[in-house]
Design a protein around this ligand. Sequence first.
Ligand SMILES: [Zn+2]
Ligand SMILES: [Zn+2]
Length: 410
Amino acid sequence: MRRNPIEKDSNVSSLEVKLNNLEEASALLPQIIEDRRFLHQHPELAFNEFETAEFVSKRLGALGYAVKSGVGQTGVIGLSELDAAKLVIMLRFDMDALPIVETNEVAYKSQTEGKMHACGHDAHMACGLALAELIMRHREDFPATVKLVFQPAEEIGSGAAAMIEGGVLENPRPDFVLGMHVWNEKPVGWLGISAGPVMAGCDELSITIEGKGGHGGVPNLVKDPIVAAANVIISLQSIVSRNLSPFESAVLSIGSIHAGTVSNIIPPKVEMLGTLRTFSSASRELVLQRAKEIVENVSAGMGCNGTIENRGTMPPTINNPQVVKVALEASKMLGLDLVIDQNYRTSGSEDMSYYLNEIPGMFIFVGSANAEEGKNFPHHHPRFDIDERCLPIGIALLLETAQGLIGKGS
Ligand SMILES: [Zn+2]
Ligand SMILES: [Zn+2]
């Protein structure tokens, strides 16, 4: 990055007549840092974001948004009624912290032992509040209804679904949904803006193989579920290598297997747990279908009864190519020498995917690491921290993209 976004520059962008998003976002940095650090000191876990929600609600209310709290348990919606607008833009920020003991020695360290904003959701909320302010300040240039969504429980993968159940995608239904994540794998000045799947979908699989137990020394009188399970595990590994297109990717891992007690008893049952990661609905369905066939038929071939159950699903996070195109244009308007990665994806999962399943939109990654300052620990680490100078970049990009979408839609 050539220029520091905090520095003012009078000829930064051709949009100056309307508003210069990066300059304005950068001017708000002291407030953004104050908000982020306050929230960092007061972390709350999934579906317990009570004080966090109140903090956010009060600020949105003071800015003139119609505030609805308690959506999906602890979620908050701030709705602008600025215009009988053609478009409704939803901006989503997550609120929950993690059960981690923070080991950073900073003035803004978590004040609640055992809880920590170690993923950056504190920063996301601070960005959301800054966006709320900038949008309200420039309501004439922003002829759209804005729905600011502060979502609980992202870390346990349940918050988005709870908010959708609570009606977040209705009255009014968004035309576009945008979101961001600070990203410590990359330095400040890097942006991941990719079309298509950017984060993996995740399925938690439970497999049970039932046979007929008996004496280990007389296997001819039993139906051995352990041998069946061994064959099932080996056969499952053929799905990615033999059934999936070489141009698709998926991961299927068995992480837990339980059966038996002692050496000379063949148990009646084997229980296994596994995780599946995929980047498209088509590959997910293919792998799930083949897994079912293998579990049932390989088990049956060995005289056992195999069943597979899906205990939890998170869809892949898929960015709409048209929205990404608008965001890429928007990134040029920021007037910074940013590194734009258009091919970035990660096998982590995000429940932003639930919104993107229904509404066109995108989720971007905002490089937030600063190795020189020791702010490059990975997400979910007890020493996770970010270089807050990345935040105006994320804010300006979302704002610029939203404006681009409004321009296209009107
Ligand atoms: Zn996280
Ligand atoms: Zn996160």
